[in-house]
Design a protein around this ligand. Sequence first.
Ligand SMILES: NC(=O)c1ccc[n+]([C@@H]2O[C@H](COP(=O)([O-])OP(=O)(O)OC[C@H]3O[C@@H](n4cnc5c(N)ncnc54)[C@H](OP(=O)(O)O)[C@@H]3O)[C@@H](O)[C@H]2O)c1
Length: 267
Amino acid sequence: MELNVLGTSKVALAICKRLVERSHTVRFVVSRSKENAQRFVEDLGEGVATTYEELKMLSGVVFVAVPDSAIAQVYEWTKDKILPGSCLIHFSGFHSSKIFADWEKLGFHRASMHPNLSFADPTVALLNLSNCIFGVEGDPEGLKTAIKLVEDISNKYVVLSEDGKISYHLAAVLCSNFVVGLAALAEKIYGESGVEDSRELMSNLIGSVAQNIKAKGVAGSLTGPVARGDWEVVNKEGELFKSIFPQFTTFYDQMVELLRRLKEGRL
Ligand SMILES: NC(=O)c1ccc[n+]([C@@H]2O[C@H](COP(=O)([O-])OP(=O)(O)OC[C@H]3O[C@@H](n4cnc5c(N)ncnc54)[C@H](OP(=O)(O)O)[C@@H]3O)[C@@H](O)[C@H]2O)c1
């Protein structure tokens, strides 16, 4: 397929690299800055770098690869320069593709394909992309296009309800961003315990939990003092947690309560 990209995003770059390997072509890369577009094109190895001001006409697939808060704005800037029959696709887990207002009147198809992957590091993202599960939705034709593209990236996807995206994205935030928040707490406590570089240790530990979740489900993956009922350990460590993080004193007790309910099947 012929692909175009609006916004020089990390997600778009990784996805386009993979799709180019699978014989798709990237035509225009559109940016607010010509230099950014040129850098993207050089990194990708194909495409024509341009700006929103210089842009002529787009056709085929148009990736709107900008922050969630800018999707509607960038669509407004460009919709007059997109030919009818084109398919608009964004990567947001939060917005539905209905954000492309008047898509039907303008003759567009629409879809979203949200990668359940963290793109913080481009090399890590590219390594994991072939195993990435996408959340996809769209109008019938747009959905077909998104699924065809996903088939060439990882061939793994779940079809989402257009109106259920907020809860879907909230779950993804808990799985991804909240884990980083927990790791930030753990990193500080490891430091206080004398383990100065805990990166690999945490990564291996979190990785083993992730593997258990896949093998045994969430409830079956619970180990540790709450699961064993070692309440002396739970209470002593709670005191230490509250002394290190006086700003989060209720957090520890709430997490313990959550784990207790999970163990008892009352969540
Ligand atoms: N990052 C992740 O791990 C991740 C994971 C799953 C899904 N997503 C989704 O993927 C999409 C892109 O995210 P990303 O992390 O790849 O973004 P990103 O790397 O931060 O890049 C977004 C690009 O959008 C353009 N942009 C930024 N602010 C803008 C504004 N106010 N108006 C117009 N253009 C603007 C910039 O390009 P120019 O300067 O070239 O114009 C920027 O490079 C989002 O919908 C996000 O929810 C991200």
